[in-house]
Design a protein. Structure first.
Lengths: 241, 295
């Protein structure tokens, strides 16, 4: 077993030589990274680097993919998306995917329970009081920030313990970004394992244990949170900020 | 005032009732089409043949097995739905990744085959189907005579339309359906079996057509062309109401039935084309349909 990072326990998710295509267009060229249980790790990178595609490939919704994705020791590469979800992986898409024809409450209750150990609706309403107040509203009538909270909230009920979050802070006001940061730390406390795709480096630095830099469909670097200060220049060069 | 135009209340009410009965069939059939179109994105041209199949299954159950109307009303939609399930699994499901045109051609071809088979076996003269004893006769309402069976058709269609609307708009299963209509990929990524949902939705939609067929059996003679004639009008209803809109299909179905009835009173020459005229006007002014969401 490889010894990336400070080793504690076997990896919950291990991605090896993941290649991915949209039709003919080859966009992932060998993604490698792993996540241990209870960790928050990021995928950082510029626009078009392949971060979203990596999450789609893990969920099985990228057109074609090869390589290996194991979750708790089980190979996922040939499974359809619904089976991957049932292995205990939940996905919060970049475009949020709130359903317009469903109320807030229906959106929240939509993903089926796949295992014990999800958060109760009360606990979710504690974390996101707005969603409780607005539960009868149409899903897409919420503000951008509330929609993002709803998109995160609805995958917490299911019992999935590995969360894939695609740019949850994109386009949101600083106070909302802070609230999402608090939420992610709370989820880590609850023992969730999180893969976070981000372009907002300051936000990523405030919540994650380790960072992976994605560039042109590969993971080109891995930087633990402790080493972040010493490697600021390197990361900024990667992200082009 | 109607008397001035030479129209008696009897004629007016009689035509309105006839319109309401036609509207009942329009509503149930266009509802099935809308449910199917919403999730599968397929215009189900087999719908008319499946309506005919419902009537024939009811007739065959009676003629060969001695099964009466009420059991047929339950069994025939299930048989038609099951045949739809097989059609979806064996053929339609192979076409989802292709252009809509392929689904349209396939369902149209299947309709022709089904009609051909029944024409070959039973001819086109039509088989009579008895009104069940319970609904024989009628009531004199003073201004008109209301046959019990016709009243039942209206009541049964309203119940089925309301139940379907309720199931789709107000239940958890309906929320799955609405969500999958919007974004099947994401719904699948939540662990829901979308292909199975699509299969059952198709079966349910054509089951509605089968139900309408049984309702129609005692009114119209059971013949292989009964669906082909009706379904053209129903497609116009769906276009007017807005593709894929559940409420739109129901309201437009009854509404246009009544409009057709009124036209028969005031300008009988136009009664067979009025729906198509309305369709043309709606397409010009609001192409997404009266209840449709603009794309
Ligand atoms: N639907 C698609 N069809 C074809 N190519 C696509 C599609 N979506 C993304 N791509 C391409 O795949 C590559 C990786 O895109 P991806 O969306 O994974 O990037 P990303 O790192 O998530 O970027 P961003 O930060 O902008 O979200 C890019 O070159 C992009 O143009
Ligand atoms: Mg992206």
């Amino acid at each position: 077993m490889s010894e990336a990072g400070a080793g504690k326990g076997a990896p919950l998710l291990k991605v090896e030589n993941l290649q991915g295509w949209y039709g003919e267009s080859h966009v992932l060229h060998g993604i490698d990274f792993e996540v241990r249980e209870g960790e928050v790790v990021t995928l950082l990178g510029r626009n078009g680097a392949g971060k979203t595609s990596t999450l789609l490939a893990i969920m099985g919704i990228l057109g074609k993919r090869t390589g290996s994705i194991t979750h708790a020791g089980r190979e996922l590469i040939d499974l359809p998306p619904r089976r991957i979800a049932r292995e205990g992986i939940a996905f919060c898409p970049e475009e949020r995917g709130i359903f317009a024809s469903l109320s807030v409450e229906e959106n929240l209750m939509l993903p089926p329970r796949i295992a014990e150990g999800g958060l109760s609706v009360e606990r979710i309403h504690d974390l996101f009081p707005n969603l409780k107040e607005r539960r009868r509203s149409q899903g897409t009538k919420l503000s951008g920030g509330e929609q993002q909270m709803l998109a995160i909230a609805r995958i917490l009920r299911t019992g999935a313990r590995l969360l894939l979050l695609d740019e949850p802070t994109e386009g949101l006001a600083p106070v909302i970004v802070q609230q999402i940061g608090r939420t992610i730390r709370a989820l880590k406390e609850e023992g969730f394992t999180i893969v976070l795709v981000e372009q907002n480096f300051r936000f990523a630095a405030s919540v994650a244990d380790r960072h992976h830099v994605v560039d042109q469909g590969r993971v080109v670097d891995m930087i633990p949170a402790e080493a972040l200060e010493d490697n600021k220049d390197r990361i900024q060069a990667y992200l082009g900020v | 005032m109607f008397e001035l135009l030479g129209i008696t209340p009897q004629v007016l009410m009689g035509q309105l009732l006839l319109g309401l009965i036609n509207g009942s069939f329009y509503a149930v059939l266009s509802l099935g089409l809308a449910v199917i179109f919403g999730l599968l994105n397929i215009i189900n041209f087999t719908h008319g043949a499946q309506y005919m199949l419902g009537a024939f299954v009811a007739w065959m159950l009676g003629a060969y097995l001695g099964v009466g109307y009420w059991w047929a009303l339950l069994a025939a939609p299930i048989v038609v739905g099951a045949s739809g399930l097989v059609l979806e699994r064996l053929a339609l499901s192979k076409l989802y990744h292709l252009d809509h045109l392929y689904g349209l051609l396939l369902t149209f071809g299947v309709a022709l085959i089904l009609q051909g088979i029944f024409r070959d076996a039973y001819g086109i003269s039509g088989q009579p189907y008895q009104i069940p004893d319970l609904l024989a006769g009628g009531h004199n309402l003073g201004f008109m005579f209301l046959p019990n069976y016709r009243a039942w058709v209206v009541v049964a269609s309203v119940i089925v339309c309301f139940a379907t609307w309720f199931a789709i708009e107000k239940t958890r299963l309906g929320a799955y359906l609405r969500a999958a209509t919007e974004n099947p990929t994401l719904v699948g990524a939540f662990g829901i079996n979308v292909p199975r949902m699509i299969m059952l939705t198709y079966a349910f939609g054509v089951g509605l057509a089968g139900f309408a067929g049984v309702l129609a059996a005692p009114i119209y003679s059971v013949n292989p062309n009964m669906g082909a004639d009706l379904i053209i009008v129903v497609f116009a209803v769906v276009v007017i109401g807005g593709m894929g809109s559940i409420l739109g299909a129901i309201v437009t179905g009854y509404g246009l039935g009544l409009v057709e009835g009124l036209t028969r009173v005031f300008y009988p020459e136009a009664s067979s084309v009025v729906i198509f005229v309305i369709m043309a006007i709606v397409l010009m002014l609001k192409p997404e349909g009266l209840f449709g969401r603009s794309a």
